[in-house]
Design a protein around this ligand. Structure first.
Ligand code: NAD
Length: 426
């Protein structure tokens, strides 16, 4: 089939490359001219494992091309997928400006027999409205890929959700994803939109639940990792998303929980579980900064080194990452903040000094704070690093090290190790 993908961010670019690999002829469209120029030069504007070679392979096979010309691309397509951003507005209400522009750009050039698919996460009812406006069936096909393993997730999804109004549309989408083995869940459009928000809010709740329990573990001298292992072994609970830490971030969980709360408020339906998950998460950065205060007294004039700025490992994305809130709080308290991350793109706070490597970031530090569980941080040689710190304080916001390991290290080197939901090592 000939496919157009509108919006070449983490979702759109991965989807375009994945569909080309499945054998379709795909044109990726974005309004960002620089992005299209980069892609046409053979560069990839985002970093996502396995994505660059997949794009290169399919460009070479002439199954994948990029343009800013939506009219030309869409007018020749059998399927058009919209994967533009739907960021949260200030009150949590999703900002649909990008989607509205994409749909109006498409209005004049949609072939009558083409299938329009909305992949962006949108408030319940949005796809119905687009279908009414365009007077045709429009599918909502939410995306569940995870940044950091987006390519893998494209080819191995847990399920494909199809929210549509006709068997014709469902059939075409089955053809689109032919080659991928996954259960197809067909529903009406509104339920498909609801599935996406409900899934993300559930995962956010799981993270906040274990973080809440972590705080109680600290007060009661228990170890949250043992607790998580103990409850996760129950298959009704499962081990996933039970890692206590700095809290969730990224472009989806915070925005999608806020969108769900907004939808609840609009309809007069309170969502106290989601509200609590959000509140707990918003307090995580302060909790880590309080640990630093507890260890150092005042933070004024102190040099704090952040290891990890991205909201999770294996991505370059810092959108809504805990590192942003932590940096703000540290700067407010008068600390000097230095940071190192192996992949982060432009960090939004200028006062944070970005360092080229771990050694430079931690040199003369009063405390080191780990905020992202990058593999390279798991294997740091603390015997070499501790002597170059001014104060041997490690605040591990991701519980990267075993307590036993840190206790052993502490025998040879003076050390204070504060992690999340586990006893302090000193
Ligand atoms: P993104 O912000 O990385 O990319 C959006 C892209 O759309 C940008 O390149 C932008 O220039 C382009 N764009 C904006 N308006 C356009 C238009 N009118 N025509 C063509 N291109 C346009 O977004 P993302 O992270 O890929 O997310 C896209 C959607 O998928 C969002 O609704 C998001 O909630 C959802 N989603 C994201 C993830 C994720 O992990 N990032 C996972 C599942 C679902």
């Amino acid at each position: 089939m000939i496919v157009t993908v509108l919006g070449l961010g983490y979702v759109g670019l991965t989807t375009a490359a994945g569909l080309a690999e499945l054998g379709h002829y795909v044109v990726g469209v974005d309004i960002d001219n620089d992005k299209i120029e980069m892609l046409n030069r053979g560069d990839v504007p985002i970093w996502e494992p396995e994505l660059a070679p997949l794009i290169a392979k399919n460009r070479q096979a002439q199954r994948l091309a990029f343009t800013t010309d939506v009219q030309k691309a869409a007018s020749q397509s059998d399927v058009i997928l919209v994967a533009v951003g739907t960021p949260a507005g200030p009150d949590g209400k999703p900002d649909l400006t990008q989607l509205e522009r994409a749909v109006s750009d498409l209005t004049s050039c949609l072939p009558s027999d083409a299938l329009l698919i909305i992949k962006s996460t949108v408030p319940v009812g949005t796809t119905d409205q687009i279908a009414t406006r365009l007077r045709r069936d429009v599918v909502h096909n939410p995306e569940f890929l995870r940044q950091g393993s987006a390519v893998h997730d494209f080819f191995h999804p847990d399920r494909i959700v199809i929210g549509c109004g006709s068997e014709w549309a469902a059939e075409r989408i089955r053809r689109l994803y032919q080659g991928i083995t996954a259960p197809m869940i067909v529903s009406d459009r509104r339920s498909a939109e609801m599935i996406k928000y409900t899934a993300n809010a559930f995962l956010a709740m799981k993270i906040s639940y274990i973080n809440m329990i972590a705080d109680l573990c600290e007060s009661l001298d228990a170890n949250v990792e043992d607790v998580a292992r103990g409850i996760g072994a129950d298959h009704r609970i499962g081990h996933a998303f039970l890692q206590a830490g700095a809290g969730y971030g990224g472009s989806c969980f915070p925005k999608d929980t806020h969108a769900l709360l907004y939808l609840g408020a609009q309809t007069g339906c309170s969502l106290p579980l989601v509200e609590s998950a959000d509140r707990i998460n918003q307090l995580r950065p302060q909790r880590l900064v309080t640990k630093a205060e507890h260890a150092l007294g005042t933070l004024r004039g102190k040099h704090i080194s952040l290891l990890g700025l991205t909201y999770k490992p294996q991505t370059d994305d810092v959108r809504s990452a805990p590192s942003i809130a932590v940096s703000r709080l540290l700067l407010e308290q008068g600390a000097n903040v230095h940071a190192y991350d192996p992949r982060a793109r432009r960090f939004p706070i200028e006062q944070v000094e970005i360092c080229p490597d771990v050694e430079t970031a931690v040199h003369d530090a009063d405390a080191v704070m780990i905020l992202t569980e990058w593999d390279e941080f798991r294997h740091l040689d603390w015997r070499r690093l501790l002597p170059i710190l001014r104060c041997p304080v490690i605040i591990d916001g991701r519980n990267l090290y075993r307590l036993e390991e840190m206790r052993k290290l502490g025998v040879a080197y003076p050390l204070r190790y504060l992690s999340v939901g586990r006893p302090e090592v000193n």
